[in-house]
Design a protein around this ligand. Structure first.
Ligand SMILES: Nc1ncnc2c1ncn2[C@@H]1O[C@H](COP(=O)(O)OP(=O)(O)O)[C@@H](O)[C@H]1O
Ligand SMILES: [Mg+2]
Length: 268
């Protein structure tokens, strides 16, 4: 049985869709997992666009509203990577348990189901939370985003959906940014991935190609592979020579998320 993973935040523009698309693609392409990614942003969807899919025979709303069986909404992007898009015209989804009902039977066919959440606090995000076995909260290194991340963590705890950890996105390595320690302390949640602000991410979107395929050596691609390898429970070695040397010679100088991933796997 596959696992469902919700990628959430209650702020737009933080990187939920980028993480879902790119981590999903890395899981399928680099680690050979059978992956389904689902657009859970029913009112402002754009997950499928990351893959150049604009024309759908059926969408998640058709399944949620019982117009078609959920299998008809599945688009096969590649052998291992399937996508359920959402329709851009919004149709009110009032039953927040319905997404879970639709996705449960699909777990038999996939190793991992990733759900790209809406930031909509009281509505659509609940559908993602209820349908997810575990959650990752996407955040960034500024106070406004941190304040919403604290709220997202609180909400997930209230709903009793386990939060696996944080993905800190768009880091710039500037001294004014919140540190990983500060973010962990404020949210009481482990950082399990750090993705730099990388122009290759934007370039990849313009080519409707996952960044790990468009620019495999880009820093963002390597960090995305690390997160995917953690989710897939597979080995992955940072191919950047400088990083390999650093971890060999300066064992104390390893970034927080690298250590957290190891600790978290030992605890599983
Ligand atoms: N690590 C990154 N580096 C550069 N740009 C990024 C990165 N992550 C996301 N973006 C860009 O930021 C914008 C918002 O990202 P998106 O994934 O749509 O956020 P959300 O789904 O949380 O609203 C998009 O233009 C996306 O290409
Ligand atoms: Mg989005």
């Amino acid at each position: 049985m596959g696992k469902s993973i919700g990628i959430i935040s209650i702020k737009g523009g933080v990187g939920k869709t980028s993480c879902t698309a790119n981590i999903g693609a890395a899981l399928a392409n680099q680690f050979g997992k059978k992956v389904l990614i689902v657009d859970g942003n029913f009112s402002a969807p754009n997950l499928a666009m990351h893959f150049g899919i604009f024309d759908y025979q059926a969408t998640i709303q058709d399944a949620l509203l019982r117009k078609t069986p959920v299998q008809r909404s599945i688009h096969k992007f590649s052998e291992n990577l399937h996508i359920i898009p959402a329709a851009s015209e919004s149709r009110a989804i009032t039953d927040h348990y319905r997404l879970n009902e639709c996705l449960q039977p699909l777990k038999e066919f996939y190793d991992l189901i990733l759900i790209d959440s809406s930031p909509n606090l009281h509505g659509e995000i609940l559908s993602t939370m209820i349908a997810s076995d575990e959650l990752y909260v996407v955040t960034s290194t500024d106070y406004p985003t941190l304040s919403t991340t604290i709220k997202a963590v609180k909400l997930a705890k209230e709903r009793r959906t386990p939060i696996k950890g944080l993905i800190v996105n768009k880091t710039r390595g500037k001294s004014f940014e919140l540190s990983l320690d500060e973010i962990e302390e404020a949210t009481e949640t482990m950082v399990l991935g750090v993705i730099p602000d990388d122009i290759k991410m934007l370039e990849a979107v313009s080519k409707t190609t996952p960044v790990t395929s468009h620019a495999p050596k880009a820093n963002a691609s390597i960090e995305i592979n690390k997160i995917a390898s953690y989710m897939a429970d597979e080995e992955y070695k940072d191919p950047r020579l400088l990083n390999r040397l650093k971890s060999f010679f300066f064992k104390g100088d390893v970034r927080k998320d690298e250590i957290n991933r190891v600790i978290s796997k030992q605890e599983e």
